[in-house]
Design a protein around this ligand. Structure first.
Ligand code: HEC
Ligand code: HEC
Ligand code: HEC
Ligand code: HEC
Ligand code: HEC
Ligand code: HEC
Ligand code: HEC
Ligand code: HEC
Length: 432
């Protein structure tokens, strides 16, 4: 026993000497070459706990000439010491960000720089676990791609818990066109209270929920919501009109075949990437988790009403959306819009965004661009703002814009039909 302990102590001593040796080598040079990185690391809990440069990067690289030998640690390396957070993260939706981006039909058509250059889609969808297979598939050879997701909230090299607790840690990605949660939250009552607290105008103990309070309760790194991004789910709702409208939307997402109404292979991707809750239980579980969170500060009845109104708003938005899709689908049916090459169906598809020209897909017609915008920008805002309690986004940037889109689509369709009649194009124009 005594002997074993002696050996143990000796081995520990060797490891310590070994790691502090490379620590010194790395730090001495990097203090000069990249002083900012060393300073940042020195502020971290890692510095205090002897988690030195070589623990994460290995010690194969020791001179500027062989910098390519430095290992770039992915989430699994962090997981060696933070198993709980890694496991939670892996079960949640953030771990799928990269794969979800890659699965979209529009992605292969986008410029490489906007996928792999840490700007555009890839700037936010770097969030996510990438397998070796994924990295082999990178399109730009010779560039080093950043692999780690943990440093999206605990940015390197301070890797701070406090920084990740600030809602601004979410801002870079959860903002803008189709998911302006930052804008909605920060100008809501919840957000403005948080700001007032930060400025010292409210006591520290005053309640003001942040993104993390609602989406990472008790520090849980598994994140998921009931409705998710697309705002569709199964089973279909009982309300017959809403059920019909959701089927129309699912067709326009390519999940259901527009002719047969049967699921397409895209449903498999939806399942694999957990893009939608596919059972009632799954949806209820997330909803109840949220009810519990809100009920820390509000009465449960109040909370349920608020969330149910959010669901109803989605139903209203789906009515407008389905009507718009059907108008464009009618143009395909009557041969006024033609199925572009590389397009799955003679039916509008919401996930081709505002693609114009290039690739194997010919130009998306203007009426379809308006339709995509109605879905991606305005329907998203309508219901997301309801859940994030933002009056202006819910109405003026959301609902009102959907109404305007629908008006424009109706008008454009009329003009296109008139045009087709005049030029003898399409079935309507081919009549006797
Ligand atoms: C004698 C100086 C020197 C020493 C010693 C040194 N580095 Fe470096 N390291 C550099 C320089 C310079 C670069 C930048 C190379 C470039 O971009 O051309 C670099 C780059 C890196 C990179 C980035 C690699 C990449 O792909 O961008 C990491 C990570 C790194 N060093 C970690 C370490 C670690 C860990 C150690 C100790 C085991 C260490 N360095 C020792 C000088 C040094
Ligand atoms: C060799 C083990 C080890 C590795 C690898 C490691 N950490 Fe840590 N980390 C620690 C220790 C020890 C602490 C301090 C005690 C604690 O909070 O658990 C710590 C603390 C933290 C904290 C809390 C900091 C704070 O402000 O309280 C975060 C966040 C963190 N690490 C993130 C990471 C990330 C991200 C990675 C991967 C890039 C990583 N760690 C890799 C050991 C490690
Ligand atoms: C500013 C950051 C950002 C950019 C740029 C961005 N995304 Fe996203 N994307 C997100 C966020 C955040 C979500 C989750 C939003 C939500 O749930 O409200 C998301 C959601 C998605 C989803 C749905 C995932 C799901 O599970 O529902 C797909 C697919 C997707 N994005 C693909 C893309 C593609 C392709 C591009 C480029 C054409 C792109 N994104 C550009 C941040 C971004
Ligand atoms: C807790 C783990 C951890 C420790 C400790 C650590 N790094 Fe890093 N480092 C990372 C991660 C994660 C990345 C980003 C990897 C990626 O996504 O490609 C990174 C990236 C880098 C880069 C390349 C990116 C850039 O901004 O140039 C350099 C250089 C670097 N580290 C140097 C160091 C040095 C020097 C030390 C010690 C003072 C150190 N690292 C300590 C985790 C760590
Ligand atoms: C008061 C609690 C609360 C706060 C604070 C909050 N959210 Fe949410 N969030 C919700 C609710 C409720 C939903 C909808 C849940 C559902 O699907 O039933 C939601 C949904 C989401 C979604 C899925 C798409 C959507 O918008 O419906 C994302 C992504 C999201 N929130 C991110 C954020 C970010 C980022 C912040 C901070 C800028 C934030 N949330 C602040 C309660 C909150
Ligand atoms: C979406 C942002 C986000 C991402 C991504 C993220 N974290 Fe965190 N992390 C947080 C927040 C917020 C906290 C503080 C939670 C709390 O205390 O309520 C935290 C806390 C931590 C802590 C401190 C826990 C403690 O109790 O001391 C560690 C360690 C940690 N994270 C590791 C990781 C690792 C490892 C990864 C990658 C697998 C990761 N985090 C990814 C936001 C994030
Ligand atoms: C680097 C970009 C990035 C950062 C930073 C980030 N997220 Fe995300 N988030 C994403 C992407 C991308 C997705 C969509 C992933 C998917 O579903 O495939 C997402 C999805 C989500 C979802 C799941 C919505 C759903 O579909 O159910 C929630 C909730 C969420 N994020 C909350 C947060 C919170 C809270 C923070 C800050 C603590 C944060 N995120 C920080 C990029 C980011
Ligand atoms: C950490 C505490 C906390 C949590 C968690 C929280 N709230 Fe609040 N909420 C507040 C406070 C404080 C106010 C301000 C009360 C007022 O309006 O006078 C508020 C206000 C509101 C308002 C009125 C907004 C306005 O503009 O007047 C609604 C609606 C609301 N919350 C719904 C929710 C919902 C739904 C959830 C969960 C998704 C939630 N809250 C979670 C503390 C919280």
């Amino acid at each position: 026993m005594g002997f074993l302990r002696l050996v143990g102590t000796f081995v520990f001593f060797l490891v310590l000497v070994g790691s502090s040796f490379s620590a010194e080598v790395c730090i001495n040079c990097h203090r000069v070459k990249t002083p900012g990185i060393v300073k940042d690391w020195q502020t971290s809990e890692h510095a205090v706990n002897d988690v030195t440069c070589s623990v994460c990067h290995g010690s194969k690289h020791r001179s500027p000439r062989n910098a390519h030998l430095a290992r770039l640690p992915d989430e699994r390396v962090c997981g060696q010491c933070h198993e709980e957070q890694f496991e939670q993260f892996s079960r949640g939706k953030h771990s799928l960000g990269w794969k979800a981006m890659m699965a979209l039909p529009v992605t292969p058509l986008e410029p490489n720089e906007l996928i792999e250059g840490k700007r555009g889609c890839g700037g936010c969808h770097n969030m996510g676990i990438k397998t070796d297979e994924d990295l082999k598939g990178l399109r730009v050879q010779g560039y080093r791609y950043e692999v780690n997701s943990c440093d999206e909230c605990h940015t390197r090299h301070s890797f701070s818990e406090k920084e990740a607790l600030n809602p601004q840690a979410c801002q870079k990605c959860h903002m803008g066109y189709d998911h302006p949660q930052w804008e909605m939250w920060s100008s809501s009552k919840h957000g403005s209270r948080w700001m007032a607290k930060k400025m010292g105008d409210l006591p520290e103990a005053a309640q003001a929920p942040t993104c993390q309070d609602c989406h990472m309760p008790d520090g849980d790194h598994e994140n998921r919501t009931a409705w998710g991004f697309l705002g569709v789910r199964l089973p279909l709702p009982e309300d017959p009109q809403w059920a019909k409208d959701r089927v129309t939307i699912l067709k326009a997402l390519g999940v259901l075949d527009p002719e047969t109404g049967k699921p397409t292979e895209i449903l498999e991707a939806v399942k694999a990437l957990r893009l939608a809750r596919l059972t009632e239980e799954e949806w209820q579980k997330e909803k109840e988790r949220m009810v519990k969170t809100c009920s820390r500060c509000h009465s449960e009845g109040y909370v349920r009403q608020q969330l149910e109104m959010g669901d109803r708003m989605l139903k209203e938005a789906d009515r407008l959306m389905a009507e718009a899709i059907e108008i464009v689908a009618g143009l395909y049916r009557d041969g006024i819009l033609k199925k572009p090459e590389g397009y799955p169906f003679a039916y509008p598809n919401l996930l081709f965004f505002m693609r114009t020209g290039g690739g194997d897909i010919s130009e998306l017609s203007y009426i379809e661009q308006v339709l995509c915008q109605m879905f991606m920008k305005h329907r998203m805002r309508t219901y997301q703002a309801f859940f994030h309690i933002n009056p202006d986004y819910a109405y003026w940037y959301g609902w009102e814009m959907m109404v305007k889109d629908l008006g424009e689509i109706r008008h454009l369709a009329e003009v296109m039909r008139k045009e087709a009649r005049r030029s003898g194009d399409g079935q309507e124009g081919n009549g006797p």
